[in-house]
Write a protein that binds this ligand. Sequence first.
Ligand code: ZN
Length: 143
Amino acid sequence: MLIRQAQPGRVFAARLPKGADLLAALTELCAVQGVNHGEVTAIGALTEARLGYYNQERRRYEIITVAAHCEIVSLVGNISLKDGRPFVHAHLAVAGADGRVSGGHLVEGCPVFAGEAVVRELDVAEPLERDYDGPTGLALWRP
Ligand code: ZN
């Protein structure tokens, strides 16, 4: 098991711009503020959503499309480094007009209608870098 001890750092609260891509906006926030490690939560609404489901046999993401206005019921994620830059890994649950929830891995293609995010920076003694992991095919934290 890979474990890194961390201390709480700065905290940012951000209103996300209408029309922005959710993942791109969160990534930009981290890049502009220099947040290389941390956690992120958000709520709000999207005009539509795209979610990833990692097919463990095929070792690739399949895309779930929610082609309707929806609420961000929950967005939970972390921030670490990939290729030397802040990388947001988040999972998203959205609910449509009937209250039914779809969830998955946050990918690009989620236009923000309204969004409020909180980013909590973690000060780590040693950086957490993502790298290709052979057994899973995913970019995981490198030991
Ligand atoms: Zn994921």
